[in-house]
Write a protein that binds this ligand. Sequence first.
Ligand code: SF4
Length: 384
Amino acid sequence: MKKSKNAKRIIYLTTAALMAALTAVATSFIKFNTGINEGYLHFGDAMIYLSAAILPPPFAFVSSAIGGALADIIAGAPVWAPATAIIKGLNTLPISLLFYFSKKKKNRIITPLTCLMSVASGFITVFGYLLAEGLMYSFPSAWTSVPFSIIQATGSTVVFILLGLGLDALKFKKRFFSFDIPKPDSDILYIFEDTPYLNITNKCPCACTFCIRQNGKSLGSAENLWLKKDPDFSQIKETLDAFDFTDVKEIVFCGYGEPTCAYDNLIKACKYIKKKHKGVKIRINTNGLSDLINKKPTAKAICENADIISVSLNAPDAQTYNSLCNPKFGDESFDAVINFIKDCKKYCDDVRVSAVNVLNDEEINKCKKLADELGVKLRIREKV
Ligand code: SF4
């Protein structure tokens, strides 16, 4: 979602005003008097933590300061308003700075770290009001308010987590504030036909006549699949961490290159996905030349870390294959593809092959026969 600077500013200002109002309402009207020094318990801090998780730091700071001070005025305790404005502004800092400096999981409001930071914010409430009350009244009486401040901070954290989880379930941040997340120059992860795809390399030993790379740099949600440099594993991991896997059933390794050309990163990324997202199936779309590319048998390790292997068979024989795919390994390539399919069959229950509809009917029938002999399903793909 691209937005102009002005449009972003208007969205932030509107949200900040709304959050200030919600903070004032949640503080003024959902409250319990403590009976001590005109103080009361409230859960308005939950709105402050929410502002910090959604808005850039200056907007969250000002919105929370105004909302908190307004609540004191509405409650007939304006004497507290200046101290509250400072404390409520400071309350935003732990979560605000976490989102500002972190590159991970910006689409989610609730993460283990935001929960931790809301606790840190609670300490600001406790010590902020202890200091303010001590200076305004007396420290012995201020200490008697500390237990109520602790209850208030704890209650606000619980309400914040519940609210945040609800908004995360609705993908609130992703839907309305994802323009805030900087987009990289090229795409490692993109969405194509509702499925996430990983583009981990642009290397490939073939030059297929029908290759989609000839069509341009964008595909699906990707703006640019041409990588300046193949990503290292930490960049792939960071990309996976930033992606919201809610409702994802399958992820596919397939981009502007042959994924087994980045063999080590491919295996590491598969292991990482398996560890972090247990129900998500991994499909690897490959040209089947991995053994030649990596100069070793690779089918076993690939199959052990993926669920579905889809091999581009592309032709019924070596001659047709060479003329369509122009593999740099020459005549041994087609046999290598067939052997790779046979090896994958030993280690994986779901091995598929594909060919593109640039073949004539006779060639497609021969491919079907070959696929039957290999015991795999053939899919004829439309040339894109
Ligand atoms: S193997 Fe795939 S990426 Fe490589 S040239 Fe052929 S179609 Fe393109």
